[in-house]
Design a protein around this ligand. Structure first.
Ligand SMILES: [Zn+2]
Length: 128
């Protein structure tokens, strides 16, 4: 088996679905959006309203194992590379790089480089 494929370095993804981000590179540069989902393995994120592509399909055509009943042009949000987006700090509303700290409780937190405010991610009931 050939193993010549470049394995991307596993990095902790700072982004999670629901995070506000700004696109800093690519054709949608400057756009704001919300993370819809993250593709950890591919190092990509899907951002709402960003990187819209049109997929032309014919009725009955099979795409990726999914049979399309209705033909036409379908808009969809294509994943863009994680490095092309930056998190927008809710405290100072600036696109920011984050640094990681470990709280006294042992929990991991993201901190804004500009204002030093910890970024509180709205998570669905973490304390369970
Ligand atoms: Zn900030």
């Amino acid at each position: 088996m050939l193993r010549n494929k470049v394995q991307p370095k596993r990095r902790w993804l700072d982004l999670a679905p629901g995070d506000p981000v700004i696109v800093v590179a690519g054709k949608d540069k400057g756009k704001h959006g919300e993370v819809l989902r993250t593709l950890k393995d591919k190092h990509k994120v899907v951002v709402k309203g960003v990187n819209i592509l049109k997929r032309h399909t014919k009725a009955g055509q099979s795409r990726g194992g999914v049979s399309v009943a209705q033909g036409g042009v379908v808009d969809f949000e294509a994943p863009l590379d994680y490095s092309n987006v930056m998190l927008v700090c809710p405290s100072c509303s600036r696109p920011t790089r984050t640094k990681h700290i470990v709280l006294e409780s042992g929990a991991r937190a993201l901190v804004c480089r500009h204002c030093g405010e910890p970024y509180e991610r709205v998570r669905k009931t973490e304390a369970q």
